[in-house]
Design a binder for this molecule. Structure first.
Ligand code: SOE
Length: 383
């Protein structure tokens, strides 16, 4: 019999993200044994009962629901984890907050800034613990980048550059909408690469380099019409397929961001590079255990880009895993976020990014979309 305090989870949504979060809850018990709280997979909810049952069996949930309102009404659920498509985030989060549940929400917080603001109001009013799953922050190499920047080693920052490149929508015959392709449907997703991919880049950038003051952006929708899976008709595509933007950070540095689903050959190439006065760092999701670092203070005959294999026990999170030299993967970022959320319940400190912090990412996303629509620079503070 465990002596741990229980955090009874109700998961809503059984897709890709439902799996990543469930794996996080399961593994955290094994690899973070010192936490006072332990997740208990109480219930999973999907509109389709057979899907919920199969998911519950596969991941070990004790029960199923087919109506998220019923799940929220249960008094054996402490925390609601929202893994639905984006159009349900706000309604569920607001109802869950009103019911006094803690909330873990998949990114992006919502489809629009307006929806996100309503969510933040609800959560602040309820005073419940909350977090948004911007998981890449919790890869050890990315957390190490944060530690290096915070230690001041880079000096004054001049440039922040990030990309998130994919190629899965190039085929013009790919339909839009429906269960698997809701990311292609603006009514459900809110936006295309801006909300889905650039939101990750923006979250990391705000964390590493501080706030963004203004942006100028362009977007493109390369395939203008696609068959909609729900109506069976060819309909206008309203999402952005690609987006590039320039921005200024409040620390005076310049930012350059690009994301597309039309970069043939790239499946999920998330990269960033930061150039400071004294040193630079860069990171690449395809080689996620490595952080590259250049320090101008090194002896000039030996100076060059170091490739740091972030697997040592004194590097972020790595004392929890194997032995130095052995890497971890994408899924571990979710284990780490689950662990950090549980730890935050113990310490009372918020688990970053909270809804309020994720609202800043939404503001930048909104500024990017507004700027692309108007062709003008957009001030984030005016939003
Ligand atoms: C889209 O393909 C996607 O799955 C995003 O929705 C995730 O947030 C990103 O981490 C990987 O790509």
């Amino acid at each position: 019999m465990s002596t741990k305090k229980q955090l009874r989870i109700g998961l809503i949504g059984c897709g890709f993200m439902g799996r990543t979060h469930s794996n996080g809850y399961l593994r955290v018990k094994n690899f973070f044994p010192d936490l006072a709280y332990q997740p208990v997979l109480k219930a999973v909810c999907s509109r389709t009962e057979s899907k919920a049952r199969a998911f519950a069996e596969q991941w070990g949930y004790e029960s199923v629901e087919t109506d998220w309102k019923a799940l929220i009404a249960r008094n054996d659920i402490d925390a609601v984890d929202i893994c639905t498509p984006n159009d349900m985030h706000a309604e569920i989060a607001i109802a869950a907050a009103a019911a006094g549940k803690m909330i873990l929400c998949e990114k992006p917080l919502a489809r629009t800034l307006k929806e996100s603001e309503g969510m933040v109001d609800a959560i602040e009013k309820a005073g419940v613990a909350n977090t948004v799953w911007y998981n890449y922050r919790r890869l050890p190499a990315v957390t190490l980048a944060k530690q290096i920047i915070d230690s001041g080693k880079l000096g004054r920052i001049f440039h922040y550059r990030a990309n998130f490149l994919q190629d899965w929508t190039i085929n013009a015959d790919l339909p839009q909408g429906g269960a698997a392709l809701w990311r292609m449907d603006a009514d459900v997703a809110g936006s295309g690469v801006v909300g889905d991919l650039l939101s990750h880049c923006i979250d990391t950038a705000l964390w590493l380099n501080g706030s963004i003051t203004n942006v100028t952006a362009m977007t493109e929708t390369f395939v203008k019409e696609r068959m909609h899976q729900l109506t069976g008709k060819v309909e206008k595509v309203n999402i952005d397929d690609a987006c590039s933007f320039l921005c200024r950070f409040s620390n005076g540095s310049l930012g350059l961001f690009e994301s597309t689903r039309y970069a043939r050959g790239h499946k999920a190439l998330y990269t960033f590079e930061i150039n400071g006065e004294n040193a630079s760092i860069r990171w690449d999701l395809h080689d996620l255990n490595r952080l590259e670092y250049f320090d101008n203070a090194d002896d000039s005959t030996l100076r060059g880009w170091r490739s740091i294999h972030v697997t040592d026990g004194d590097q972020p999170y790595m004392d929890k895993w194997w032995v130095p030299g052995l890497g971890i993967g994408y899924e571990h970022s979710f284990v780490h976020q689950a662990a950090d959320f549980l730890k935050s319940l113990e310490t009372g400190a918020p688990c970053s990014p909270t809804f309020k912090e994720a609202l800043e990412t939404q503001k930048v996303c909104q500024a990017v979309l507004d700027s692309a629509a108007s062709g003008a620079w957009k001030d984030t503070e005016a939003l």
